[in-house]
Ligand binder design. Structure first.
Ligand code: ATP
Length: 395
């Protein structure tokens, strides 16, 4: 789709979101119970169970083909369910048509009617519902004021910028007072700058309405910046449901650790596990070709194939010639060689190769710390990281 640019902030002084409140509706949570969706021989969703709290901003996150759009469409009623149940609040809606679910959907391309004015675009759904003219007028005027675009009421969609069209699409969905708003990749048609600004607006509108927003995205940064709850999907399954901070600190699987960023992952075999004072296990992992590493998590049986993960900002490098003893918390260490250094501004990215296994690692460090470290490309280094900051990945 065409990328749209917009020269100035979409939320200028005159367009700022107004505190109009008459559009409010009660938010409802969403629950899926053992939901499966098959398209012939293809299983798009396999037996997923999920609870999204009322009033949450939830993102379904995952790579292309993992089933996030199918999940969204089943909740909206645009796709049938092969087995299982869908609830909006306490209400079973599995077999109800979209119009009876009290949800609204905002599509990727906004789907505005090109020949209708902005005002008529927003009014359309209310008219279809048979709402009286006076109430329609009030609600359309109010929602246009709320998104700060009253002055565009008489224009056609093509006379609006990408950011403005997005807000009209949002207004058109919200004017129906849904309990849950679903958004299918709503920012993907916008350029980078505008996308970042519109993220802020979506979040602001969601908080003002107190509605449940359920958004599909493959963009990790977008999910992290918007969500109260992130659902990471992988091949029709849910790998993890967590807050952004939980996902960042404790990914639950190798897939999640890889998908959300630049984590350093070591595969191996569980040797032993000892419960620690925090109610977790200190796990000893025989890392393939690298010796023993210690990490934290919930243990599986000794002999199980597993992995551990450490964030790139939590590993520490010292020159191999540095003979000072490692501080106690750095239980794990290996030797590697620096192969590349990239100063990206505030943060410097240092790439390393573990010569014993050829595995590449990433270290992220504050540029101010890097420039005083005297380490350089080609240098052999000792890499250390603590067991407490190393996450056990059972699968
Ligand atoms: P994307 O980000 O690319 O939109 P997605 O995570 O939303 O991907 P889905 O569109 O939900 O994934 O598709 C999940 C799986 O179901 C894929 O393997 C896809 O090919 C398959 N699928 C989706 N719709 C249909 C259909 N109508 N008929 C057959 N297979 C389908």
């Amino acid at each position: 789709m065409k990328t749209t640019t917009e020269p100035q902030s979409p939320l200028t002084q005159s367009e700022a979101i107004s505190p109009a409140i008459s559009q409010k509706s009660a938010a409802a949570g969403v629950s899926l119970r053992s939901v499966t969706k098959k398209y012939g021989a293809v299983t798009a969703i396999e037996n997923i169970t999920l609870d999204i709290p009322a009033g949450a901003y939830c993102c379904l996150l995952g790579p292309s083909g993992c089933g996030k759009t199918t999940a969204l469409r089943m909740i909206a009623g645009h796709e049938s369910v092969t087995s299982g149940e869908v609830y909006i609040g306490d209400r079973p809606v599995t077999h109800l048509p979209p119009a009876q679910r009290n949800t609204a959907m905002m599509f990727q391309n906004y789907a505005l009617f090109p020949h209708k004015t902005i005002w008529q675009n927003i009014e359309f759904g209310l008219k279809m519902k048979g709402i009286a003219k006076a109430e329609r007028t009030q609600r359309v005027d109010d929602i246009l004021e709320l998104v700060g675009l009253s002055h565009t009421a008489g224009r056609k969609p093509s006379m609006l910028s990408g950011g403005q069209q997005q807000r009209i699409a949002l207004a058109r969905a919200l004017v129906n007072r849904p309990q849950v708003l679903m958004l299918d990749e709503p920012l993907s048609a916008l350029d980078e700058n505008l996308r970042v600004r519109m993220r802020g607006e979506l979040r602001k509108i969601q908080q003002r309405f107190g509605l449940t927003f359920l958004q599909v995205t493959h963009d990790v940064e977008e999910a992290f910046s918007l969500s109260d709850q992130i659902v990471v999907m992988n091949h029709g399954h849910i790998d993890q449901v967590a807050t952004p901070a939980e996902l960042f600190n404790t990914p639950a699987s190798q897939f999640v650790a890889k998908f959300i960023g630049d984590n350093n992952i070591f595969s191996g075999t569980v040797v032993n596990a000892v419960p620690d004072e925090k109610g977790k296990d200190l796990i000893e992992l025989d890392a393939d070709g690298l010796g023993t590493f210690f990490c934290q998590g919930t243990a599986t049986l000794a002999g199980s194939v597993a992995a551990c993960s450490v964030r790139p900002d939590l590993i520490h490098l010292t020159a191999q010639s540095d003979s000072s003893t490692a501080p106690v918390p750095y239980a794990n260490h290996l030797t590697a060689r620096i192969t590349d250094v990239e100063l990206t501004g505030y943060v410097t990215r240092v790439t390393l190769r573990v010569e014993a296994t050829d595995q590449m690692l990433l270290h992220k460090v504050r540029t101010t710390d890097w420039v005083t470290s005297e380490l350089a490309v080609g240098q052999p280094v000792t890499v250390r990281w603590s067991a407490q900051e190393c996450v056990f990945l059972p699968y």
